[in-house]
Write a protein that binds this ligand. Structure first.
Ligand code: IPM
Ligand code: MG
Length: 358
């Protein structure tokens, strides 16, 4: 199979972790007789430095011409004082929107070898955790209108808007229901319907859609503040968690941490077709950038999701996931997941160890 992959390495640890994932994908190609080509493109802070904008038109054009996109991470203190519409993050939001990737899947699972890395009590994690966050990705407050003005009595004032339409809610509900059907057939839909009008429409639409099209799937609602609490109180109660853009952003970091490390969580972003964007859920970690200590596993797992969900290569995806489990079982750890008696390795070595086991 021939596949052309656009690579947006981005900033901070982005280049190191995407290099790791590319090394693993190259091994997969060699082993299974595929031809994968990789095209590096600028997005984020590095694009601001090179061309003055976070998402050059050329990058969008080439991503749309690719079979899928692999992304590292964007942002860093260097660009923190830029105005909102010229920040690196704007590049990431922009490419998701340009590719119409409205569905973001973030599986938070506890790897048996890493059970000790969870900050939660053993009794809470011993039966495993496997939360699938299904996050709406191109709507809501991250894309709503915003502005600033001078208020006469309160001074400078800023505003953002949360807005959702029935169609936007239905299409992400469709994705969540499809995934739930293959799992426990239970969805918890997160909202703040006791306060927000957009959440009341969210709740009503999710139920109406699921009842009509997926009568075998149960939908329960949970308020976002309670969800944040329940994730640390009893993470095992969750299977598919359906969320808006902002709630999913926040809760997926929380779900990641209860499973041990945010350095282990992958994500896929898809729209109506098979071309997707695959990225770790963590950020660019500028404090450890360039030191070869970052954990490449979230990005390697994202590459595995690309193999399965965009390229239809489930055996290859499983081979990557098995290789990761094997490396962890053999005791190799990057700094973020290190525990006593384990063998500490850097970013590059971790990726090499995984590639060797494919
Ligand atoms: C994420 C990140 C991004 C988001 C930022 C960097 C724009 O936090 O992918 O979770 O909010 O979606
Ligand atoms: Mg986030």
């Amino acid at each position: 199979m021939n596949k052309h992959i656009a690579v947006l390495a981005g900033d901070g640890i982005g280049p190191e972790i995407t290099d790791g994932a590319i090394a693993v994908l190259k091994k997969v190609a060699e082993k299974y007789g595929h031809d994968f080509t990789f095209e590096p493109l600028l997005m984020g802070g590095c694009a601001i430095d090179a061309c003055g904008e976070p998402l050059p038109a050329h990058t969008v054009e080439r991503c749309l011409a690719s079979d899928s996109v692999l992304l590292g991470a964007v942002g860093g203190p260097k660009w923190d004082s830029l105005p909102g519409d010229r920040r690196p993050e704007k590049g990431l939001l922009g490419i998701r929107k340009a590719m119409n990737l409205y569905s973001n899947i973030r599986p938070a699972k506890l790897w048996p070898a890493l059970a000790d890395a969870s900050p939660l009590k053993k009794s809470l994690v011993e039966n495993g955790i496997e939360i699938l966050v299904v996050r709406e990705l191109t709507g809501g407050i991250y894309f709503g209108e915003r502005g600033r003005y001078e208020d006469e009595s309160m001074g400078e004032t800023a505003w953002d808007t949360e807005k959702y339409s029935v169609r936007e809610i239905e299409r992400i509900t469709e994705i969540a229901c499809k995934l739930a059907q293959k799992r426990t057939k239970k969805i918890i839909s997160v909202d703040k319907a006791n306060v927000l009008e957009s959440s009341r429409l969210w709740r009503k639409t999710v139920h109406a859609y699921a009842e009509k099209h997926y009568p075998d799937v149960t939908v329960e609602d949970m308020l976002v503040d309670n969800t944040a609490m329940q994730i640390v109180k009893n993470p095992a109660q969750f299977d598919v968690l359906l969320t808006s853009n902002m709630f999913g952003d926040i809760l997926s970091d929380e779900a990641a941490q209860v499973t041990g490390s945010i350095g282990m969580l992958a994500s896929s972003s898809l729209g109506d077709g098979t071309r997707g964007l695959y990225e770790p859920i963590h950020g660019s970690a500028p404090d450890i950038a360039g030191k070869d200590v970052a954990n490449p596993i979230a990005t390697v797992l994202s590459a595995a999701m690309m193999l399965r969900d965009s390229f239809g290569l489930p055996d290859e995806a499983r081979a990557v996931e098995r290789a990761i489990a094997q490396v962890l079982d053999e005791g190799y750890r990057t700094a973020d997941i290190l525990s006593e008696g384990m063998k500490k390795v850097g970013c590059k070595e971790m990726a090499t160890l995984i590639a060797e086991r494919i």
